[in-house]
Design a protein around this ligand. Sequence first.
Ligand SMILES: Nc1ncnc2c1ncn2[C@@H]1O[C@H](COP(=O)(O)OP(=O)(O)OP(=O)(O)O)[C@@H](O)[C@H]1O
Ligand SMILES: [Mg+2]
Length: 483
Amino acid sequence: MKQKKSEEQISCEQLDFDTVLTFVDNLIFTKIGRHLSDPEIILIKGSWDNVDYDEISAGSTYSANYLQRFVGPQLWNLISAIAGTGEKVTKKKLRNFLEKLFHNQYNSQQIEEKNLEEAPSDCSIKINGNPPTTFNFFGREQELNQIGEFIKRYKCVFLIGMAGIGKTALAAKILQQISTNSESKFDCLIWRSVVHTPTVPDLISELRQLIQDPTLDSSPVEYTQAQITTLIKELQSRRCLIVLDEIDKIFQKVSFEQRLEYRLFFRRIIEEQHQSCFILTSRIFPNEFKNLIKNQRPLQYIKLKGLNKDAAMQFLLSQGLADEEQCLELIETYYGHPSELQSVVERINHFFAGSTKIFFDNKTTFISPEFQTVLDELFSKSLNQLECEIMIYLAKHITIDSELISFQKLLKHFNHNPHKNIPVSEIVEAIESLENQSLIENVTHSSSKEIHFSLQPVIKKYIFTDPLGVIRKIEPLSKISVA
Ligand SMILES: Nc1ncnc2c1ncn2[C@@H]1O[C@H](COP(=O)(O)OP(=O)(O)OP(=O)(O)O)[C@@H](O)[C@H]1O
Ligand SMILES: [Mg+2]
């Protein structure tokens, strides 16, 4: 085994290629969970030795054309994205770039190790439960800061957003950050998915097992309210941060009695004295919590939108796409929605040989199968007639030239129109419900302050393709082509 080199040795002597290759491979593996492929290693070696593509190809089984056109651009983008320094790597700059990156990371690792030695040994907190891994996580700095502030002040923080927008990933990231932050004031971090819709007593017993406080009485208690009291005592004695992932399943799927029990459970968690906090992920903000917010109880919510341009770009480059301009177009089409972007990349890789160019020659908007299932359910079961009609109206009237429809225009169509004449209160309620389900987004006009609405192209595409025939039953659509 190679001896670990001393800091002095590494910073003074020339870096050897094997050290750099291991460094890059580890970096890529930690970020996106895969190792470097053979042609990538050959290309990094060739660039390190400053030889041209023909020479690299001559010593390998790959053609110069393949290395230059299909491996190089993706690899340089991947390394630039993963380094996250904002600098673009090219074949020529690679050696210099990697040397700098290695030394920066090496030095900051030394500082971290030194800090760890000096800090008390128990400063990193174990997460109980099984959160998903967070390597390959990009952006969301603003949301992470905001959640960091909220969990200091509130007993309950909701992360709300449409399917696949990244609620689970963000909740897992915040736990992981807190677990390694020596200044965090939490004694106990817990991850629990509630997709199996446990009863309140079952959830309490699962949480108590995860909190594992040996100082408290563990004798079983019969009544639900007494069980809640016991849990709250534990939340008083230890400061716990508890993520309950997919809480919407509880409010959608359980029986009326169970729903009431949960309502009381959360009321007590939010209103009684303790020093812990729950982070709840949900596709919608459940109605039962709206009054608590109005009454200024200690709970808050964050509504998640897609990834911002930088984060989405890093995400796409890390998935192997190369052309930044076309990536930008994808980001705009999919509103930075991570799982829709992931799904389109998978299809570009599968059907278009990983080439955005070929894909853009045959441009179309894809809806992932998962999102299609969510929309099928919404349009066939959850949305009422007026909500569906508003969605159809927006889909018809949002065109390339006008991406936003004003509230006045909606009123004119649904209220001032003698054939419809729907009361304003009903229109407002329908819009609120659509917003709550993240189906439409609103923007306030900067000068007029009037509210405008927009629709994601993926949802618009769904309405026009109308796979279940639900939309056609409500209103025959005029022909507008959606790519
Ligand atoms: N910030 C991010 N960086 C990279 N990938 C992300 C990010 N956020 C989400 N993803 C990826 O997008 C996909 C969907 O994310 P996630 O499962 O967190 O969505 P969700 O909002 O919890 O969806 P659902 O409502 O279905 O539970 C996952 O593969 C996840 O890894
Ligand atoms: Mg989720």
